[in-house]
Design a protein around this ligand. Structure first.
Ligand code: SAH
Ligand code: SF4
Length: 371
C-alpha cells in the first residue's frame, strides 16, 4: 500500500483573475497569414506583401521589422506600432546537458514571467512551450500549479517562444523540428489560443512544423479532448495520468474530481477511434506515492488493449513540495511490470535538471529571488 499523499504545509494560492482577451499584449505573431493580408490591404499595400512578411518572420526568423529589407519602410512603420514583432523579452538564458538544453525565461509586455526550453537531440530539436502563466489545475507535485493561474498566453506569445527557440537552434546549426506543449499551463484550458498557435506554426510557408511533430499534453480536460478529436490536424495527444485509480489521482491531479478516470478513458478511446493515433500517457513517478508494484499492475490493467504508450517521468522534485523521485531500481521495477504486461513503456529523464528546467521551476526561483 502506498502512503497517503502528504498534506501541503501552506494552502495553494486562490485562483487569480484571468485577464480578458483585449487586455493581453498582441503582436504580429498573433496573426494568421490571411489576417496579415487583411491588415496590409487596409494599410493600402498589395496582399503579396503579407506573404513576404510571413517569410521574413518564419523562414528568416528576423527579430525586427527593420530586418525585412524588401518591405517598403512605409509599410513596416505602419505595422510596427499596432502589431510589434517582439512580444517577449528574454530575461535570462541558461544551458545544461553540455549545451543541448537551453532554457529561456521571458517577460511579457505586461510584466508576466514565463519559460521555454529547447532540447537538442541527435535526430530532432524540440521546444517545450508554455501556454499559460501559472495553471489553475494545481497538481500536487507541480511548480506551475503552485502559482495558481495568472493569465492565459495569447497565440502570439506561444509563437514567439517557438520563434525564439528556432533562432537558438539555428545559431547552433540546427532547425527546430518538434513542439511539445509541456511547459507552464494547461493547453486545453486555453483551447482557442492554443489551436490558433498550432495553425500558425504548422503553416507550410512558415515554420512548417508538421502536426505529427506537435504534442499537446493535458491533465485530462475531457470536453476539450472530445473537441481535439474533431480537429482536422492530427496532433499527438499526451495525457498526464499519474495514477490508475480515482482516489489517488484526485489527490495528485485535482481535475480528476470533475473528469474521473472512466470518463477520461472513454474520451481517449473515442479520440483513438476517430484519429487512429496512439495516445501517450505521462506518469510522474513519486516514491511511496504512485510507484508500488500493486499500482503498476493496476495501471497495466487499465491501459491493456489500448493503442497507447507510457512515458514514465521520474519526478523532478520541487523545493517546497514533499515529493521525491524513486531510486533507479524502483523506477526500473515499475517500468518492467508495465512492459511485461505488453504496455510499451519508456523512462524519460527530464532534461536540464540543474537549471530547474521542469516546468515552472525557474520562474518560481526568479520570483522568490526578486521578492
Ligand atoms: N498541463 C499539462 C502540460 C504541462 S505539464 C499537463 O499537465 O499535462 C507537462 C508534464 O510534466 C505533465 O505530464 C506534468 O504532469 C509533468 N510534471 C509537472 N511537474 C512535474 C515534476 N515536478 N516532475 C515530473 N513531471 C512533472
Ligand atoms: Fe497544470 Fe500540468 Fe502543472 Fe498540473 S502538471 S498544475 S495541469 S501545468
Amino acid at each position: 500500500m502506498n502512503a497517503p499523499v502528504p498534506a501541503l504545509s501552506s494552502p495553494r494560492p486562490s485562483r487569480t483573475r484571468i485577464a480578458l482577451r483585449g487586455e493581453r499584449p498582441r503582436g504580429a505573431y498573433d496573426l494568421t497569414l490571411p489576417e496579415i493580408e487583411t491588415r496590409v490591404i487596409e494599410l493600402g499595400f498589395p496582399a503579396y506583401r503579407a506573404r513576404q512578411i510571413w517569410g521574413w518572420a518564419y523562414r528568416q526568423l528576423v527579430a525586427e521589422y527593420a530586418g525585412m529589407t524588401n518591405i517598403p519602410a512605409a509599410l513596416r512603420d505602419a505595422l510596427a506600432p499596432a502589431t510589434p514583432l517582439a512580444l517577449l523579452e528574454p530575461v535570462r538564458t541558461l544551458t545544461a546537458d553540455d549545451g543541448e538544453t537551453i532554457k529561456t525565461l521571458y517577460r511579457t509586455g505586461d510584466g508576466q514571467m514565463l519559460e521555454t526550453v529547447l532540447m537538442l537531440y541527435p535526430d530532432r530539436a524540440t521546444v517545450c512551450v508554455s501556454c499559460q502563466v501559472g495553471c489553475a489545475v494545481g497538481c500536487a507535485f507541480c511548480a506551475t500549479g503552485l502559482m495558481g493561474l495568472a493569465r492565459n498566453l495569447s497565440a502570439g506569445e506561444m509563437v514567439a517562444q517557438v520563434v525564439g527557440a528556432a533562432r537558438e537552434a539555428r545559431q547552433r546549426g540546427r532547425e527546430l523540428t518538434n513542439i511539445v506543449m509541456m511547459g507552464m499551463g494547461e493547453p486545453l484550458q486555453n483551447y482557442a489560443e492554443t489551436m490558433k498557435f498550432i495553425g500558425i506554426v504548422h503553416d507550410p510557408d512558415g515554420l512548417d512544423i508538421g502536426a505529427r511533430r506537435i504534442t499537446v499534453s493535458t491533465s485530462g480536460i475531457v470536453p476539450k479532448i472530445d473537441a481535439l478529436a474533431e480537429e482536422p490536424l492530427q496532433l499527438n495527444l499526451a495525457v498526464s495520468l499519474h495514477a490508475p485509480g480515482d482516489e489517488l489521482r484526485s489527490q495528485l491531479v485535482p481535475i480528476n474530481r470533475r473528469y474521473p478516470i472512466a470518463m477520461l478513458m472513454a474520451a481517449i478511446d473515442t479520440y483513438i477511434e476517430k484519429t487512429g493515433r496512439r495516445v501517450s500517457f505521462e506518469y510522474a513517478l513519486m516514491r511511496g506515492i504512485n510507484d508500488s508494484e500493486e499500482i503498476a499492475h493496476d495501471l497495466a490493467a487499465l491501459l491493456r488493449g489500448r493503442l497507447c504508450h507510457v512515458n514514465i517521468i521520474p519526478l523532478n522534485p520541487v523545493d517546497v513540495l514533499p515529493y521525491e523521485r524513486p531510486d533507479p531500481a524502483g523506477i526500473e521495477r515499475f517500468a518492467s511490470i508495465l512492459r511485461a504486461a505488453g504496455i510499451p513503456t519508456t523512462v524519460r529523464y527530464s532534461r536540464g535538471l540543474d537549471i530547474d528546467a521542469a516546468c515552472g521551476q525557474l520562474r518560481a526561483k526568479e520570483l522568490s529571488a526578486a521578492s
